[in-house]
Design a protein around this ligand. Sequence first.
Ligand code: ADP
Ligand code: MG
Length: 323
Amino acid sequence: KIVVDQIAAGEVIERPASVVKELVENSIDAGSGKISVYIEEGGRKSIIVSDNGSGIYPDDVGLAFRRHATSKIQSVDDLLLTRTLGFRGEALSSISSVSHVRLRSRTRDLETGVEYSVSPGQEGILTDWTGSPGTTIEVRDLFHNLPVRLKFLKSASTEQSQIQETITLLALGHPEVQFHLSVNGRTSLALSTRDDRRLRLLDLYPGLEEKDLSRAVLEGEGIRVEALVLTPEKNRKDRKYQNVFLNRRWIRHPGLLQAISQGAAGRVHKDVHPGAWIWIEMVPDKVDVNVHPTKREVRFLETDRLFSLVRRVVSEGLDSFLN
Ligand code: ADP
Ligand code: MG
């Protein structure tokens, strides 16, 4: 079993930032209002993710670490219609095949929660635990049993900035959730609840001001596209300011980035990429998010209509910088 899990881990858990992504997504799925992340040595030594979400029932803890165990879908239809961030049931089993994991969790309706400790190739140990409702998962010595994977990791500061970027993108999809990131004992990100994406974005990019962003929204059958478009003066040569979210999940989609560029055609300098954050809300049956285990690549059914909405929303956003 451990070998199969390690192979799966090869796809899902590439580096410390992948652990952070999976654990924070689980916390979001659990309805958490506050999520705290603590990392040491770029996440290689330890990653702790703590939330105030639903918690896990004692009877379900062992199961949560089993491969393909997910509480989020019941059937193949659910798999296509999923609204939660996770649904493949691979993260916890993968992570625990390449690190030491300790989980502490309590549901609101039980007085006593559980602690579960597990290491690669060993039976997990379950004990009682009393603490406040929610879940805390500690991941120690990532890849200690996979020296080759360990060798491919970059410096602690590079891994750390990947983690920061991962949390940034999750936070942009979920402005209502409070996020906290602590690096080697120091706070490096503290985000309060926002009811507005623009405010969350400004929290995350201190170099931007309110007047640098213009909002535009377009709606079609089963699709809603909201854009915060950046003033052309602040465009960058890299694509840091070009991000697309589908149903709150950050996705990689070259076609959509191209649609952003087309929407800005003739209005931005040719050496830079037009800045735009695009949030697409779409009925789940028009999109396949299950193309890749990390769910960052997706396939759309009505590509042309979506691209055209994105082009128009960017163009509309840019209009407001004309005067
Ligand atoms: P998936 O997210 O695809 O369902 P995971 O391996 O990430 O699979 O998690 C397995 C299960 O463990 C989840 O379906 C969920 O029931 C439970 N779980 C994991 N993390 C949390 C958490 N922070 N709060 C509540 N439940 C959790
Ligand atoms: Mg998950």
